[in-house]
Design a protein around this ligand. Structure first.
Ligand SMILES: C[S@@+](CC[C@H](N)C(=O)[O-])C[C@H]1O[C@@H](n2cnc3c(N)ncnc32)[C@H](O)[C@@H]1O
Length: 422
């Protein structure tokens, strides 16, 4: 079926795959539509991909998964008539118009079966693709040394052509079921960090139930009528704080503050809190771990009942052993720490510990507050050692049995948290 093309028609749509979702990866721009010499039939549609990853193998694989032919490596489509050209990148097989009424036709649509002559090319391309993918996979796996397995990007998070994490190409990453915007100024949220959110949710539920201890009300740890306040140290994309607030806002009066040393990170966390609808319940402050008590805005935002923190904890010595994509693309300030990786646990301990000796009005923490840290593999004992004078109120393991989350409090909570961690 050939559709007549009218110059005045602007609003129209081209589908390049079976799934609309494809537009996440393949934002296309129509460069030119021209009519044939023979009065107004579409003869040529040039489209380009707006995203740099569109030429990547992952995108090709994606298209294959949707049984869509991807042939050659040209960025522009060729004339529809010449669609057997090797240079064809995306084969149009459906064109529909959004405002088709003006054509005087009923739902006009151009649907093209995949031409049979493509089948050989597709098979050839697929075997080429699989060979390339296998080479890239080997190269990628060889480059992952020293970093905890769950914490590194998996092969599928990675664009082997650009050797760049897909999250930085798509500028988004899912965390706790929410989509966070990000760029190379912030750490890509790790699946393993979700343990901090799950554990926080359990602690908050204990706070709500006030069954934590008979002394609970006496110490006035969290007054139910009052706001429960969360502090996220080193907030990055804001993924931990925003997820906690989103998951608990219905059941309690909750608000949170994220701090970070990086202005760029704060811009992103603010955007995420806005995009995810919790702007009113959060604020973000530039602040250094070593200087938490001298920031008036931070003191005013407290006192905090729950402090969550995923600090940089990769020791500088391990930097050269990190996978290449983290080394190149992720911000060093979000990953590395001195003193064998313990630098920031020590700084935070010094800041928060001295808060207890301040006048109640300038205290950062409530009396029964809980501090919850992500710790690197094998680091829990030393972190516990650093937090002298604090009770270890919980430890959570990952699948391999490594303690990856430790909770401290001045108050002797008896949390009854299930050990199961997914
Ligand atoms: C491991 S990242 C965690 C990011 C985010 N919370 C997450 O879990 O994905 C550590 C964060 O701490 C911030 N940071 C590093 N040094 C800091 C310091 N001295 N004071 C405050 N924030 C710091 C970094 O900018 C980074 O955003």
């Amino acid at each position: 079926m050939i559709l007549r093309f009218r110059n005045e028609m602007i609003d129209w749509e081209i589908s390049v795959g079976l799934d609309k979702d494809i537009h996440k990866y393949l934002e296309i721009e129509i460069v030119k539509v021209s009519s044939s010499l023979h009065s107004g039939k579409i003869s040529c549609i040039n489209i380009i991909s707006k995203k740099s990853c569109a030429g990547g193998l992952i995108i090709r694989k994606y298209l294959y998964n949707y049984e869509y032919p991807v042939i050659g490596n040209s960025k522009l489509t060729k004339k529809l008539k010449n669609c057997s050209d090797k240079g064809l990148f995306l084969t149009l097989f459906r064109i529909s118009f959004l405002e088709y009424g003006i054509l005087g036709l009923e739902n006009p649509e151009f649907v093209c079966e995949i031409p049979s002559k493509f089948s050989k090319t597709i098979v050839r391309e697929e075997s080429f693709f699989n060979r390339k993918l296998e080479e890239s996979r080997k190269e990628f796996e060889n480059s992952i040394v020293g970093y905890p397995e769950n914490d590194s990007h998996t092969f599928h998070d990675f664009d082997p052509v650009h050797k760049k994490p897909l999250a930085y190409i798509s500028e988004q990453k899912e965390f706790c079921g929410f989509k966070f915007h990000l760029n190379e100024e912030v750490l890509i949220p790790r699946k393993s960090t979700e343990i901090l959110v799950r554990t926080s949710n359990q602690i908050l539920s204990h706070f709500r139930n006030s069954e934590i201890s008979p002394n609970y009300k006496d110490i006035n740890a969290v007054n139910h009528a009052e706001k429960t306040r969360i502090l996220d140290l080193g907030t990055g994309s804001g993924c931990i704080l925003i997820s906690i607030i989103k998951m608990n806002r219905e059941s309690m009066n909750i608000a949170g503050t994220g701090i970070d040393i990086s202005n760029k990170a704060l811009e992103i966390s603010e955007k995420n809190s806005d995009d995810l609808g919790v702007k009113e319940l959060t604020n973000f402050i530039k602040c250094d771990f070593s200087n938490l008590l001298n920031i008036t805005e931070l003191i005013k935002s407290g006192p905090f009942d729950l402090v969550v923190c995923n600090p940089p904890y990769i020791s500088i010595e391990k930097k050269s052993k990190m996978n290449l994509s983290s080394q190149i693309y992720e911000p060093s300030v979000a990953l590395y720490a001195d003193d064998g990786g313990y630098e920031y646990y020590q700084q935070i301990y010094s800041s928060l510990n001295s808060s207890q000796y301040e006048q109640p009005s300038s205290r950062l923490l409530t009396e029964g507050s809980v501090l919850l840290f992500e710790v690197g593999k094998g680091m829990a004992d030393e972190v516990i050692n650093i937090f002298k004078g604090w009770n270890v109120v919980l430890k959570r393991n990952d699948h391999q049995g490594n303690v990856r989350c430790v909770g401290f409090s001045k108050f002797k909570y008896r949390f009854n948290l299930s050990d199961a961690v997914d």
